[in-house]
Design a protein around this ligand. Sequence first.
Ligand code: ATP
Ligand code: MG
Length: 207
Amino acid sequence: MRDRIADGKRRLGVMGGTFDPIHHGHLVAASEVAARFDLDEVVFVPTGQPWQKGHRSVSPAEDRYLMTVIATASNPQFSVSRIDIDRGGKTYTIDTLRELRAEYADADLFFITGADALAQILGWRDAGELFSLAHFIGVTRPGHVLADPGLPQGGVSLIEVPALAISSTDCRARVARGDPVWYLVPDGVVRYINKRALYRDPSQPTR
Ligand code: ATP
Ligand code: MG
């Protein structure tokens, strides 16, 4: 652990995601990284229109934002930022980090990402600048290999978190089939999905 008195800097985790919907895999990953890296806060940043997901329509940003707020509201270490949503258009991690860097000028940033997303980091635009803006923490995710031999030395930490085989894709498919998502996502998120009739398959009868 670091010596807080010696460096005095806030340590801010950044968890970007589509959060369509947010689920317990996201929350466990953020909580585990916060504890392991002695973070003061984790900011969840729902994306605008994500360029990786052009093949499907993403739920409205306000719904994803509100589900993220509902899921994180009870944890004093968690907060939600609207920066990517309010910027509009496609979200690039470089823009997210530049903006957070300016907003939290005196904090150290830790970008938290799952193994699947980490594998693409080197393909992201401006990978060099990304590593100068934040330390990257890759977390295990069932079904994805964590290690990437091409990652730069020092800029990335790979850690194991308790494996939760939950994905937003599976949650959406469950809702569309009429299967439960209780305990995969927080209770308030289940209720919000029902209230807003998200992910329903229009060909299925309402239940
Ligand atoms: P989708 O299935 O729609 O892609 P997702 O479950 O992957 O959704 P995202 O919003 O795409 O959720 O993920 C945001 C971040 O959280 C990514 O870095 C992703 O790797 C990570 N993540 C998602 N699910 C898990 C999980 N179960 N365990 C660890 N990390 C996860
Ligand atoms: Mg994903």
